[in-house]
Design a protein around this ligand. Structure first.
Ligand code: TXA
Ligand code: MG
Length: 316
């Protein structure tokens, strides 16, 4: 437990920059933070939360200028940022060409959720870190979002490096998530900024289905813009053809047209960190008719890796 002093903030920033997980308070709820540019640190977030699937995370920034380096801003986005940032509003924007956030943090999507939190300690941490921090709510999967450092400790103690204690969260509900990546502004999650307040700035918005919500159908089309390889995907491969690209896990099968190694030593954290890069790289293999995926154990982060691969392999 780190105090919200300059020393505590500096220590938290150093842990984050070294790839550690640090929970920190925002005005909404406590977030479980990791360096958004470090895919292995992001993989550890999913492991610590015990999530059975990869959902896209929000990238946090100290100001709108830095947020709009990674997410492409529209006039609407700029108007909302001017009205509500820093504050409990998250904007889903197209990933920029130069976006430094790890693909895993966005669950392979072509969009990125960005937010500038209002809490002064969180802002100081973001400035000290010098890079975006990806943070879902700092609870175990299936538990309620924490609004005090003690709540975080109850759920995640022993699984993360530190908790930066900035006291109770004043808003107490998560940020509003607004998708600005399409032609209409779509409300994906109601939260700290009301629909009425948003509509007063940009006019009528549409109510949408949240991504990866528990009720959402588990189909590959569930996430419209979710990266799906162009090549067919074959799971549980125990041999590979000369015209297939291989996504390897552990010692690779021989004879493939191309190989992308997820993890030589069959480590699920490393494999999760490399998953979306691997799918994209293999998809570009000249002459390949498909991607063969070696078996990945159905335990720990393997569950989330397999969930994503099953959706990539489902008939389209
Ligand atoms: O208040 C908050 O937003 C807190 C604090 C820590 O910032 N964070 C939070 O994160 O609630 P999380 O991971 O529990 O919720 C993020 C929400 C999810 O509903 C997720 O589906 C959505 O944002 N989201 C993230 N990236 C998205 C994207 N690219 N497209 C659509 N929805 C996205
Ligand atoms: Mg949450």
């Amino acid at each position: 437990m780190l105090p919200a002093t300059p020393e505590g903030i500096a220590r938290a920033a150093a842990l984050l920059c070294a790839g550690g997980l640090v929970a920190f308070g925002t005005e909404t709820v406590y977030g479980l933070g990791a360096d958004a540019t470090n895919p292995e640190a992001i993989a550890r977030i999913f492991e610590a939360k015990g999530r059975p699937r990869f959902n896209p995370l929000i990238a946090h920034y100290p100001n709108a200028r830095l947020a709009f380096d990674d997410g492409v801003a529209t006039d609407t986005a700029r108007a909302l940022a001017a009205a509500f940032w820093p504050g409990p509003l998250t904007l889903v924007l197209p990933r920029s060409e130069t976006c430094k956030v790890a693909l895993l943090a966005g669950a392979g999507l072509d969009t990125l959720a960005v937010r500038v939190p209002a809490d002064p300690v969180a802002l100081a941490l973001l400035r000290a870190c010098g890079r975006p921090i990806a943070a879902p709510s700092a609870n175990r999967s299936g538990q309620v979002s924490p609004t005090t450092a003690a709540h975080v400790a109850e759920g995640l103690s022993g699984r993360i490096e530190a908790i930066l204690n900035s006291g109770p969260c004043p808003v107490g509900v998560e940020s509003t998530v607004l998708d600005l990546s399409g032609p209409d502004a779509v409300l994906l999650r109601p939260g700290g900024v009301t629909r009425e307040a948003i509509e007063a700035v940009i006019g009528p918005i549409v109510r949408g289905l949240p991504l990866a919500s528990a009720e959402a159908p588990r189909s590959p089309g569930m996430l419209q813009s979710h990266y799906a390889p162009g090549l067919p995907v074959r799971l549980e491969a125990r041999e590979v053809a000369a015209d297939e690209a291989l996504l390897a896990f552990g010692p690779p099968l021989a004879g493939a047209a191309a190989v992308f190694q997820l993890s030589e030593h069959a480590d699920c954290i490393e494999a999760a960190a490399r998953l979306f890069d691997g799918l994209r790289v293999l998809d570009g293999t000249p002459g390949a008719r498909g991607i063969a995926v070696m078996p990945i154990p159905q335990e720990g982060l393997g569950l989330a890796i397999n969930d994503r691969l099953e959706r990539a392999a489902a008939p389209r």
